[in-house]
Design a protein around this ligand. Structure first.
Ligand code: BTN
Length: 240
């Protein structure tokens, strides 16, 4: 596995896209700092300093785009869930791919397709994990409650290298199987991590709001709500 360490970039995902052809499949890009970290729906990913992880996987599965690639963010959320459990924490996953501890977001995941001349080339799968932050830093994020690994463990500093090794090893342990089987490979683990199931929730889908009881996760990672005995299937959105 090729790992590229960068000092400062605008965004590891942007860098990976711009230089996509120069990387081999499964290359890893890690930056010490991001000046323009990006999140889902054009949100920003705030940089809490170099003790935190900003990492992008360059993935080049063969052939055309397949629907299961859209579930890679959910695959990575389960990977992170397992790694955090190994630290003795009790994480949860908020559909589709936010990983939380005590309801506070500790990581964000962003997957983007790379197209050249209308041809699918592969994906860049980025993850930001708050590993080392101070509680005061969290005020920089206005729209949600956030946390970090060191704060949750009550420690001064977490070893970023060790965490990164655990994350990469866990990711690649089942990545090839995931490409063969798709979401069903992780469906049980993913479902167990979703502590909102059975509760009444609201989901923002673009500018609409959909509410209902979160009933189950489908075979393709979709969220199925029950609205007065009518099933609503969501493939994108944000739980409010
Ligand atoms: C989200 O929660 O909306 C997704 C945030 C993804 C942030 C990571 S940090 C590494 C990679 N580079 C980026 O610009 N974004 C992702």
């Amino acid at each position: 596995m090729d790992i590229f360490y960068l000092d400062k970039v605008n965004s590891t995902n942007s860098y990976a896209k711009e230089n996509f052809l120069s990387f081999k499949d499964k290359a890893i890009i890690i930056a010490s700092a991001q000046t323009n970290g990006r999140g889902r729906y054009d949100r920003k990913w705030v940089d809490f300093g170099e003790g935190n992880l900003f990492l992008t996987f360059v993935l080049k599965p063969s052939g055309e785009f397949r629907q299961i690639y859209a579930c890679l963010t959910q695959y990575l959320s389960v990977v992170l869930y397992n790694v955090l459990q190994d630290y003795g924490l009790l994480p949860s996953i908020k559909w589709p791919n936010d990983v939380l501890i005590n309801n506070k977001k500790i990581a964000g995941i962003l997957c983007e397709s790379v197209m050249i001349k209308n041809k699918f080339q592969g994906l860049v799968l980025g993850i930001g994990v708050n590993l080392n932050a101070q509680k005061d830093d969290f005020d920089l994020v206005k729209d949600r409650e956030v946390t970090s690994l060191n704060v949750e463990l009550g420690r001064e500093y977490e070893d970023k290298k060790l965490f990164t090794e655990k994350l990469l090893n866990t990711f690649f342990r089942h990545y090839d199987d995931f490409l063969c089987s798709g979401f069903v490979l992780i469906k049980d683990d993913y479902t167990k991590a979703c502590d909102f199931l059975g509760k009444v929730i609201s989901v923002k889908v673009f500018d609409k709001r959909v509410s209902g009881v979160a009933k189950r996760i489908g075979d393709f990672g979709e969220l199925i709500l029950d609205d007065n005995n009518k099933e609503i299937t969501l493939t994108m959105g944000d739980i409010l």
